[in-house]
Structures are given as C-alpha cells and as structure tokens.
Design a protein around this ligand. Sequence first.
Ligand SMILES: Cc1cc2nc3c(=O)[nH]c(=O)nc-3n(C[C@H](O)[C@H](O)[C@H](O)COP(=O)(O)OP(=O)(O)OC[C@H]3O[C@@H](n4cnc5c(N)ncnc54)[C@H](O)[C@@H]3O)c2cc1C
Length: 291
Amino acid sequence: MQVPSPFEYERASSVDEAIALLQRHGEGARLIAGGHSLLPLMKLRLASPEVLVDINALTDLQRIRVEADAVRIGAMVRHAELLASAVVGEHFRLLHEAEQVIADPAVRNRGTVGGSLCQADPAEDLSAAFGALRAEVVIRGAGGERVVPVRELVTGPYETVVAPDEILTEVRVPIRPGTGSSYRKVERRAGDWPIASAGAVVRLEGDTIAEVGIGLAAVGAAHSVVRGAEDAIRGRAADEESIELAAVRASEECSPTTDQRGPADYKRALVAELVRRVLRTAIARSRGEEA
Ligand SMILES: Cc1cc2nc3c(=O)[nH]c(=O)nc-3n(C[C@H](O)[C@H](O)[C@H](O)COP(=O)(O)OP(=O)(O)OC[C@H]3O[C@@H](n4cnc5c(N)ncnc54)[C@H](O)[C@@H]3O)c2cc1C
C-alpha cells in the first residue's frame, strides 16, 4: 500500500489566508488544489509536505470572466470547466482542443488550471496552449500581486517562478479579434500523457502572418514555445511554404529525449507534422474558412 508521510491539513477560506498559512508554516507547506499531481507524488514519497493548505474553498479562483480585451480564468477552474466554457471555446479553440485530450474525465473533473501550470511537468499541455496564446498569470504573495507572462512562468522541470509562499490566482488570456487557433496531441492510448503536442495561434493581415504563437508539450521546447519558428514566419505569406518552414524550424528547435514514449527522432518528426497541421487549421480559422 502506498501511504504518504504524515502531514497536517489546513483549509484556507480566502487567498490572503492561504498566503498567511504558507508563511506561517514555511517551506514545509504546500498548496493542494485538485491533488491529481501532488497526491500521487506524496504516495510515492517523492514529495513529503509537512502541511497541506487546501484552496478548494476559494470561490474567487473558480470563475471564468470576460473583460474588454481578455478572458480571466481563475486558478481553481477545473479542466472540465475550461472544456465546458462557451466563451473559452468562442475565443480560444485551441484551449478546448487541448482540454479534450488532457488525461481522462476523472482527472479533468478535479485537476485545475493553476495546479497544472504550477506542477510544471515537462509534458503538461496547458503551458504550451497558454504559451501559444501569450497569456499572463497573476501571482499573489504577502507583498501584493505581480503579472508574469506564461512564457516566463516555468524555470525548469517542476520549477516555476511562484515562490513557496505565493499563490497563482489567475490566467489572463488576451482576446485578439481575427485570430485562429488549433491544438493537437499524439498519445499512446486515450487518457495518456502526450508523446508530443502542438498548438498554434495565428492572426492574419490580408494574406500575411501578422502574429503567430506556437507551443509544444513533452518535447523539451524551452518555455513550451518555439520562438525561432514563430520569428521565421512572422511577416511572411500564409502559405504552404511558410507552414513548412515553421514545421522544420520547430522540429529542430525542440529537444526531445528518447524514452518509453519513443525515440527522439520519431518525436521530432511528430513535431513537424503536428506543427504543419495546427498551423494549417489556425490559418484557415483566422480566414473564417473552418469553424
Ligand atoms: C492519469 C493522469 C494523466 C494525466 N494526463 C495529462 C495530460 O495528458 N496532459 C496534461 O497536461 N496533464 C495531464 N495530467 C496532469 C493533470 O492535468 C494534473 O494532475 C492536474 O491538472 C494538476 O492540477 P491539480 O489541481 O490536481 O494540482 P495539485 O496536484 O493539487 O497541485 C500540483 C502542484 O501545484 C501546486 N499548486 C496547485 N495550485 C496552485 C496555485 N494556485 N498556486 C500555486 N501553486 C499551486 C501544488 O502545491 C503542487 O505543487 C495527468 C494526470 C494524471 C493523474
């Protein structure tokens, strides 16, 4: 039987209280959201927090709100709620497409947006999706709030810029009229982590790619995006030549490893094909050609 080390349990009733509890208990304390990443680690004793600070009562962090130019997604929004959100689907098709293939219903019903980003698993899909969208996260501590681009949130495998006494409260995704987006993942079986995933966001001016974001998961892309591939096609015609250029650049720019999910060369080939497909779909959607 897998049993975690003994721990104390505190239930926060506000963000300020959660921060105060983290401060009071010091580095031995950890937030718990859906628990789908932290609890398995605790059972394996790869993590042994002395205190768990439960943030499931923080209703402020469970909302999806639309502002004039952004959608604000609370950190405690569950994967399933993101998938069910009409406003998210209307503006950011790739978030719905990513959520359709993240884990399985049991995990999606409990796992949260904030927990997913803060776990910073190298195969995690939302960093790639929000990275392509150039979203920002709001991080709160005793000293106040700071806003950090998602592209700067993760500093390494399982490491982020969120300090032990801070809490990620919200993801802000800019609404850019005229963009099209798409997300695709290849997995060994339904509900599994990706072998490789790719997301693309494109805004056209006429037939020129004016803005582009390309995110990758599970293949060692720095900050889950491929800036070189983006730079290579920004300002170029939205045609097959540009798509091919980005696909090749992305496959060169990431650094997949050979593991139980396949050899590195295979993953590079997958990245190229996934980038081709998500870019084609994102471009078609930005032209209004594909719903
Ligand atoms: C079988 C299985 C398959 C999966 N497949 C996929 C997949 O295909 N793609 C994918 O992307 N993910 C996948 N996941 C991961 C899943 O998405 C995450 O487990 C889940 O979203 C993490 O969220 P949580 O709320 O459960 O986090 P928790 O386990 O509660 O927390 C994770 C970490 O984040 C910290 N944390 C949580 N919330 C905050 C916050 N607001 N501020 C600061 N720190 C915080 C915690 O302290 C902890 O260190 C899978 C998980 C399982 C179990």
